[in-house]
Design a protein around this ligand. Structure first.
Ligand code: NAD
Length: 495
């Protein structure tokens, strides 16, 4: 019998009030049920929000360094359980083990960063314009946060949000993706074990239209931190506007790697294979377009196609596997539909293009790593997010043209340029419209202590990661202390 899991509300594991459930299966072997999870609704969210609101009044008064001590304990537990967490994640969503280990490590890094932030959370002191008066700005927690996350980084993304939220003194209601409820549940167990008090972190499982929507429109939730698709992000923005919530949106991408004719081509090749087919292309920062200088186009393409055809697909738990499955049937159907769209648009299919069959692949959502050559910038496969193992290759004549092509999308998350010319690198850094630019590095590989996020329709201007995420989870309060013993009127008595 598959194991049954519950919501965690006010320090207790509970079923959905409706008693309904959903199951979660291994995408590399759909016969394997990972677990049964509560299919919750608005009434469960109401309970969780009530608990979080009550807990907030105590939690906000716990000194931030003490909250940081709990973050350190969370990080320590994750270190001790890293391998087990990685294996569980691979079974649940398919990424190869090296990558799920990286996903857990990102959570560990975020926990230790949050722990140290407990002894910073810097405010500012500034001089007052009046004598015998003190002025400062301090950070204060905001209240109850709704945390809504996708499945592709089931540990890292929730930690990017929950750790800084909680370290800052907020409490949260967390709704993970229905494809990765197990990893999310384990994360909550770890937080409890480390000493997070009841009500501070609550998890409510279930679908976006039921649980997600109940969170985004809840009158007693103050802020929403969301990562997911641009379409859902726009809907959330609308739903949250009635109650004027603070909303952070981390959305889709259509990232490109430029390779100039002066680049180290071996390095660029390793980069694009990793960027395009790592995580089966299911990263918001995945390399979805390759922009190749015409002078190296043919040579680069022949080796790229050759190496791509040799990539080994399979269960991510097996050491030889380089590319895992798509996360579910619907994601693989999307990939198939874009393969058709590309062909209809006149792009040349030079690798992959089909559902992957063969030994050990018949019960998983596998799709061959796929490359389209001779793509033009206006084709849909050059502009729309596919979120699967599909790479569109575009030929250009100059750096300026390459940057224009790279910028020709509604998204602006990650970007990469391979060149050995420092002047070209700096022009690219200046002119590329994206939240992240890598030089001689693929489009994937963000580090936890730097700002993470994108421009244009990749988000709404906030950044996760590092010190920047604390701006989202805290409110500035200006404080004036007048010790002159008399009424001093700013702007009036001193001028
Ligand atoms: P998704 O938008 O379908 O779902 C994300 C989450 O939102 C899930 O938990 C889902 O249940 C919930 N949801 C769905 N409808 C909702 C609604 N109406 N109200 C509230 N919540 C709702 O995305 P996904 O398929 O899980 O993830 C893939 C997408 O996430 C891609 O577009 C990818 O680019 C993006 N992503 C972005 C980043 C980033 O940092 N920019 C990182 C990872 C993934």
């Amino acid at each position: 019998m598959p194991q049954k899991f519950q919501n965690f509300i006010n320090g207790k594991w509970v079923d959905a009030k409706s008693g309904k459930t959903f199951e979660n299966r291994n995408p590399a072997n759909w016969d394997e049920v990972i677990g049964i999870f509560p299919k919750s609704g608005k009434e469960d969210v109401d309970e969780a929000v009530k608990a979080a609101r009550f807990a907030f009044e105590k939690w906000r008064l716990v000194p931030a360094p003490k909250r940081g001590d709990i973050m350190r304990a969370i990080g320590d537990i994750m270190v001790a359980r890293k391998e087990e967490l990685a294996r569980e994640m691979t079974r649940e969503m398919g990424k190869v083990l090296a990558e799920t280990r990286g996903d857990v490590q990102e959570g560990i890094d975020t926990a230790y960063y949050a722990s140290s932030e407990g002894r910073r959370l810097f405010g500012r002191t500034v001089p007052s314009e009046l004598p015998n008066k003190f002025a400062m700005a301090i950070r204060v927690p905001i209240g109850v946060g709704g945390i809504i996350t996708p499945w592709n980084f089931p540990m890292a993304i929730p930690t990017w949000k929950i750790f800084p939220a909680v370290l800052s003194g907020n409490t949260v209601v967390f709704k993970p993706a229905t494809d990765t409820p197990k990893t999310a549940t384990t994360l909550v167990e770890i937080m409890m074990e480390a000493g997070i008090p009841e009500g501070v972190v609550n998890i409510v499982h279930g679908g976006g239209n039921e649980v997600g929507n109940a969170i985004t429109s809840h009158p007693d939730i103050d802020l929403i931190s969301f990562t997911g698709s641009t379409a859902v992000g726009k809907q959330i923005s609308r739903d949250a506007s009635d109650t004027l919530k603070r909303v952070s949106l981390e959305l889709g991408g259509k990232n490109a790697q430029i390779v100039m004719d002066d680049a180290d081509l071996d390095l660029a090749l390793d980069g694009v294979l990793w960027g395009a087919f790592g995580t089966t292309g299911q990263r918001c920062t995945a390399t979805s377009r390759l922009i190749l200088h015409e002078k190296i186009y043919d040579k680069f393409m022949s080796t790229l196609v050759d190496r791509t055809k040799k990539l080994r697909l399979g269960d991510g738990l097996l050491p030889a596997t380089e590319v895992g499955p798509c996360v579910n049937e619907s994601q693989r159907k999307t990939v198939q539909s874009y393969v058709e769209i590309g062909q209809k648009e006149g792009a040349r299919l030079v690798a992959g293009g089909s559902i992957a069959r063969g030994n050990g692949l018949s019960k998983g959502w596998f799709h061959e790593p796929t490359i389209f050559a001779d793509v033009t910038p206006e084709m849909r496969v050059a502009k729309e997010e596919i979120f699967g193992p599909v790479l569109s290759v575009i030929r250009t004549k100059s750096l300026e043209e390459s940057i224009a092509v790279l910028n020709n999308t509604v998204y602006g998350l990650s970007s990469s340029v391979y060149t050995r010319d420092v002047n070209k690198a700096f022009v690219a850094i200046r002119d590329i419209k994206a939240g992240i630019t890598y030089i001689n590095v693929p489009t994937i590989g963000a580090e936890a202590h730097l700002p993470f996020g994108g421009v244009k329709q990749t988000g709404n201007g906030h950044r996760e990661g590092g010190w920047t995420v604390y701006d989202f989870f805290t409110e500035w309060k200006a404080v004036y202390v007048d010790y002159s013993g008399k009424l001093q009127r700013a702007q009036i008595d001193n001028y």
